[in-house]
Ligand binder design. Sequence first.
Ligand code: IDP
Ligand code: MG
Length: 154
Amino acid sequence: MEKSLIILKPDAVQRGLVGDIIKRFEMKGLKILGIKMTSLDSALLEAHYSHLTDKPFYKGLENFMKSSPVIVMAIEGFECVNSIRIILGATNPREAEAGTIRGDMAIGTGRNLVHASDSKENGKKEVARFFNDDELFSYDKSEYLHIYEGHERG
Ligand code: IDP
Ligand code: MG
């Protein structure tokens, strides 16, 4: 099963959209392995956004991500990295399709509400970066019988 690291960014917390956003992942049938509120510091953000640190908008992005607590979640599901990127919508919310989180709830690229891992490899790496082992829970989700066919449950 793939894992994805989700961050509900400061705009999601400040705008009171945490519940609506989590609901969309739950409705899809994805399993929450871990969830917590935390504050992000510069070192963690530089590691997380290492592909962006040389961009002109990086300092603004870092300051924004530190501007209030965030909710981080580790999510698991069959091919969930791609499913979650579809539910999230395009990075620029003005290009995100209606029905997606960003398409329905956001306008600014720098205020696009949610981070989600962009590959299976990064999902694994990012979950390990944001969660200690004892903050992740392995458990049976009884509804899996009604969400997955046998081969998808692994
Ligand atoms: P993603 O979040 O859709 O994976 P990335 O390219 O990984 O998009 O960028 C990470 C985050 O950096 C975006 O979600 C957005 O908040 C911010 N960002 C990306 N490009 C821009 C930009 O051109 N202006 C301002 N912020 C940006
Ligand atoms: Mg990204």
